[in-house]
Design a protein around this ligand. Sequence first.
Ligand code: FAD
Length: 464
Amino acid sequence: MADPEFDVVVIGSGPGGYVAAIRAAQHGLKVACIEKRDRLGGTCLNVGCIPSKALLHGSEYYAEAQSGALAKFGVKLGSVELDLPALLGEKDKAVKELTDGIAYLFKKNKVEWVAGEASFVDAKSVKVGDRLLTAKNFIIATGSEVALLPGMVPDGEVIVTSTEALDLDKVPEHLVVIGGGYIGLEMGSVWRRLGARVTVIEYAERIVPAMDVEVATAFAKVLKKQGFEIRTATKVTGVVRDGAGAAVTIEPAAGGASETIAADIVLLSVGRRPNTDGLNIEATGLTLDRGRIIVAKDFSTPVPGIWAIGDVVPGPMLAHKAEDEGLACADNIAGLTGYVNHDVIPAVVYTHPEVATVGKTEEELKAAGTAYKVGKFPFAGNSRAKTNRDTEGFVKVLADAATDRVLGVHIIGAMAGTMIAEAAIAMEFGASSEDIALTCHAHPTHPEALKEAAMAVTGKPIHI
Ligand code: FAD
């Protein structure tokens, strides 16, 4: 039998797939990456992380200008107008530049980009159109797709998913978001800032249910202050087109009287499901577990030569988790020791204020019977936040009661997403809260609030 054409074929070019392909090529392996979209970058770059952050950034400028908040800093504006096509255009430019950037990196690293949909013939070969690609190793990085509720079918115009919510051609009067997870809240924030009335319907008792309860409660309070209507413990029983808009029927999650809400746009945002559609995965001998591919610590599957990473395997559906798995998987294929510490994966909600978490929540520690100490520090005591006139939120450090090792950090505040990296590094190195407290932090900066929260673990913060 002829030698396989490639050492590694990666299926899917999202943050998991493209990073794995480049790293494998850096190890001197012959690599191809198959992508069915006409652009590289997967969900994250095309319809996820990047376009949503572009809209969050632009809409925040608009909201600040429009609210008059800049006047106190001496910036006096005349009338402020929204140019939605310009905002959407800037988002599209960012997406194009970043996806083109991956094509450049593929060329630079000699990764062959194969355009089309991959379908396994057997565990050693895939078909893409008329072409058959054989490889010693396949990395499945086919990501995820929007999850849908039974009976709620998006039409792409009025009943939409996050993909269309990134491209609405006008600001809706009333946007109803079904699902109070981070994607729904970020997209809700964009359109709220641009002037929409936004109602969030969440089945669970609170929004972002997996988040530390104290932080999630503070978060809901801030969003309500910003004008969000949040209906928790509420079930959506139907969504139908109604004239130019839609009618959303809801009832209490525990049962009770139903109510109908009129919406211009309904955003279905109840989560994402692992995607192996069209892959003919059965031909490899692999079986799925609730749609997911189960992998070992090294990202191998039970079928020799087949590996999987990113949203298609268990764990949080986040781009940086997919990237790190891509790096580790490629290292393992090259005979090195790639590893991802799944206990230290930060997660960020890019609203204003941002919410960022890493490690265990207080509820998880209680459930596990772990004795812990808490240190908290509000941004109202942080000089930089005060100077910026943006003091909403706090930092919460959870440390082991016996060893003082940091077990979790939860932040709600303007710079939470950037600050969480320091907490992740500390946890990766097994730091104690005292280690953070004794580390010199530049002044005046937001991260000083993390230092003070660490100092608060022993009850001795200075600025509160
Ligand atoms: P994906 O990025 O989904 O890429 C998979 C690729 O595989 C796709 O391009 C698909 O076309 C391709 N593919 C699938 N099947 C085949 C096939 N048979 N043949 C060829 N190609 C195939 N995460 C964050 O960390 N931060 C954020 O701020 C963030 N914001 C988000 C905002 C939104 C609106 C959404 C929807 C998601 C967001 N995410 C964010 C999640 C993030 O996008 C995903 O976790 C990440 O993209 C997963 O990467 P992946 O490589 O596993 O798969």
